[in-house]
Design a protein around this ligand. Structure first.
Ligand SMILES: Cc1cc2nc3c(=O)[nH]c(=O)nc-3n(C[C@H](O)[C@H](O)[C@H](O)COP(=O)(O)OP(=O)(O)OC[C@H]3O[C@@H](n4cnc5c(N)ncnc54)[C@H](O)[C@@H]3O)c2cc1C
Length: 272
């Protein structure tokens, strides 16, 4: 609206200490579900952006493939929240320089493996958020979040839920394993760290393999951002808002969303 966007915290949200981990009672999906409920029928699901054109009227035409066939939307501003490799394709015709910079962002494969064990199989009561495992320790798993120690209602009494991450930039081989093999890699590692050696096979609650998981902030990152910022000057009204740009954590994504919304709002007001 004309008054700009208000970023006011709900007073019912509990106060947290800096660095403290948080989630929602129903898991992180509560956030996109709440946003979706708020947007109502302005939210279009399964609309796949296939092309973006710029007009002489200083607007953009976004072409979507949708369940009801092709749809075109003309708008004065566009915010691309797609990953770098998709944004690279979309911007190729409009701004090949940004496109080639975006193609250099790599997204290694990471698997998230959620396993449950009877607490009697755990060496000692787990109190804390989890453990990270430095490379060079001979352990393949990257780290484990002690989910049911950290958050309420994540396991029935007598059970421990553990969410482990495996793969990443130093272990591209993870992409060649199937879900069962990945579970066995994680179970073996957990048996060497948190579990009693005789621990039985876990209940497997989830194995999600993210083929292209998290963009890497490799050497040269700030130069690439500068090139992107420069290229965007020739595309007024076009914004990028994604985790390859200014932080990957969910909190960064939320902050960035508010910042972009503010920029869009200001742009629309001055070009009225
Ligand atoms: C395994 C894993 C564990 C993580 N753990 C944590 C954690 O513990 N804490 C934390 O803070 N962060 C964590 N993160 C990071 C955080 O989840 C991400 O950085 C964040 O969700 C990225 O949000 P995004 O909106 O930038 O991108 P995404 O959530 O990837 O959204 C991009 C969207 O674009 C859509 N899309 C792609 N192409 C098109 C197209 N052509 N047309 C229309 N839509 C398209 C995709 O479907 C997708 O929905 C984790 C990430 C991963 C992968």
């Amino acid at each position: 609206g004309k008054g700009g966007l208000k970023n006011v915290a709900d007073p019912n949200v509990p106060k947290t200490k800096p660095g403290e981990l948080g989630s929602f009672k129903g898991g992180l999906k509560a956030l996109p579900e709440a946003i979706a409920a708020n947007l109502g029928d302005r939210l279009k699901l399964n609309w796949h952006l296939t092309r973006l054109d710029r007009t002489e009227r200083e607007t953009y035409i976004a072409v979507f493939s949708t369940p009801d066939g092709q749809q075109e939307v003309e708008a004065r501003t566009v915010v691309l929240t797609t990953p770098a490799y998709i944004t690279a394709e979309l911007l190729q015709p409009l701004q090949p320089e940004i496109s080639s910079v975006l193609q250099t962002f790599t997204y290694p494969t990471v698997a998230c493996v959620v396993l449950a064990y009877p607490v009697s199989d755990v060496k000692q009561k787990l109190v804390g958020f989890g453990n990270l495992i430095p490379r060079g320790q001979g352990i393949r798993t990257l780290g484990t979040i002690w989910t049911s120690s950290l958050f309420a209602d994540r396991a029935p009494a007598g059970w421990q839920t553990l969410s482990s991450y495996i793969g990443g930039a130093t272990d591209s081989g993870i992409a060649n394993l199937d879900a069962e093999q990945i579970v066995q890699e994680v179970h073996r590692d957990l048996s060497r760290i948190l579990l009693k050696p005789e621990a039985a096979q876990p209940k497997v609650l989830a194995v999600n393999v993210w083929k292209r998981a998290i963009p890497q902030y490799n050497l040269g990152y700030f130069d690439r951002l500068q090139q992107i910022e420069n290229g965007l000057k020739s595309l007024p009204g076009l914004y990028l808002c994604s985790n390859y740009f200014g932080g990957v954590a969910l909190g960064d994504c939320v902050r960035r969303g508010f910042e972009r919304a503010q920029e869009v709002s200001e742009y629309l007001q001055q070009s009225d």
